[in-house]
Write a protein that binds this ligand. Structure first.
Ligand SMILES: Cc1ncc(COP(=O)(O)O)c(C=O)c1O
Length: 407
């Protein structure tokens, strides 16, 4: 049986007191904690195998290269990529989206073309497209959201036209937890010949993703949100598409032959991996994927569903709370954004922190969502594989303190 208390023991950072109380970490949508299995792999890599990849004949370089490429293969398996060479290492979701905006967008968009995103997006899936639209004179269009923070898809067919060249959408919203019907959107986008990028920063974290089943063209996600290290992430792309694209950055590793005036590029994925990569990060992300797979993704999912149902029930008991996002748990991932009476979310977070409870307060890099709901910020509790019902109880108790202080 899945036991979150036992799982928690795998995470050294969770075993500490904050302000004299045992830590309750509910900021998982921002970043997750790291299990010993990942920390040990990083430690072993730097102690034994540290060398640059793909360049050396010597033992250490070979070991580092084997581990680095094995991690690529593990991550390809995590998202069911048909070919591991379609997995490009990036610094994270943000860099992966920027890579597509630059390396695909600059060559493929011009005046009159349209990019479709949504109001629900993280700034990482808005700003690269704004910059691209300004540079190419393409038009940026938005899918709207309703009062429960769900995409309004009634007019999808009319928004998508033969001018639409790129549709970039998150599979799960970081600010509200809304699960978006990306498969349906992808089908509609492909029907007008558009390319589809899925921002999977919150999607590939709680569950295995199947990029072949989704049918998208690009999928971007970050290692640090799925128990892996910071500074590493992935862009998955369809090989035929990646092969037609220009490089993103120039430098070592991404070339085939260099001449004075012209050079040729290495094959995919190395064409997009200029410079010394985050070798330890990639190996750590591979270890994170192994860790989650060994626990059993279906158990993690079931656990998070149970925690969400419990948390929603308990939070709805709190007087004056306003919860944002879909009311149906089926349409929601493990995120609850809320405000409490007139208390500012920063005050909520500060008071909870005094009790050892870590939640995020702010606009969550989703200012368009905040604008939609007429607030400048919310408090956000986000859950993960190690969250327990006791953690949720501590959150609710802490909110009681907020109410006492703010009346
Ligand atoms: C939905 C979404 N997209 C993109 C990002 C950016 O991820 P990163 O900062 O790891 O590049 C995040 C991070 O919170 C996110 O939640």
């Amino acid at each position: 049986m899945y036991d979150p208390v036992r799982v928690r023991r795998d995470f050294p950072a969770l075993d500490q007191n904050v302000n004299g109380k045992p830590l309750v970490y509910l900021d998982n949508a921002a970043t997750s904690q790291k299990p010993r299995a990942v920390l040990d792999v990083l430690d072993a890599y730097y102690k034994r195998d540290n060398a640059n990849v793909h360049r050396g004949i010597h033992q250490l370089s070979q070991r580092a290269t084997v581990a680095y490429e094995a991690a690529r293969s593990k991550v390809a398996g995590w998202i069911h990529a048909p070919d591991e060479s379609e997995v490009i290492w990036t610094r994270g979701t943000t860099e992966a989206i920027n890579l597509v905006a630059i390396a695909w967008g600059l060559d493929n968009l011009s005046e009159g073309d349209e990019i479709l995103i949504s109001v629900l997006e993280h700034h990482s899936n808005i700003i690269p497209w704004q910059i691209l639209a300004a540079r190419t004179k393409a038009t940026l269009r938005y899918l709207e959201i309703d009062d429960e923070g769900r995409l309004v898809l009634d007019d999808l067919e009319s928004v998508l036209t033969d001018r639409t060249k790129m549709v970039a959408i998150s599979d799960v919203s970081n600010s509200l937890g809304t699960i978006n019907p990306v498969k349906e959107i992808t089908r509609a986008a492909h029907a007008v010949g558009a390319i589809v990028l899925v921002d999977g920063a919150q999607g590939a974290v709680h569950t295995r993703v199947d990029v072949q089943d989704l049918g998208c063209d690009f999928y971007a996600f970050s290692g640090h949100k799925l128990c892996g290290p910071t500074g590493i992430g992935v862009l998955w792309g369809r090989k035929e598409l990646l092969e037609t694209m220009s490089p993103f950055q120039g430098g070592g590793e991404m070339i085939h032959i260099v001449d004075r005036d012209e050079s040729s590029w290495a094959s995919v994925p190395h064409k997009f991996e200029a410079g010394t990569p985050n070798i330890a990060g990639a190996i750590g992300m591979g270890a994170a994927v192994d860790y989650l797979s060994n626990l059993g993704v279906e158990h993690i999912e079931a656990h998070e569903k149970e925690i969400m149902a419990y948390a929603m029930g308990r939070l709805l008991e709190v007087p004056d709370i306003r919860i944002y996002g879909p009311s149906s748990l089926e349409e929601r991932s493990a995120v609850i954004s809320f405000t409490l009476g007139d208390a500012h979310p920063h005050d909520i977070s500060t008071i909870l922190d005094m009790d050892g409870v870590a939640v995020r307060a702010g606009h969550h890099c989703a200012q368009l969502v905040m604008k939609h709901f007429g607030v400048s910020a919310t408090a956000r509790a986000s859950f993960y594989l190690y969250t327990t019902k006791e953690d949720v109880d501590r959150l609710v108790d802490g909110l009681g303190q907020v109410t006492t202080i703010f009346g």
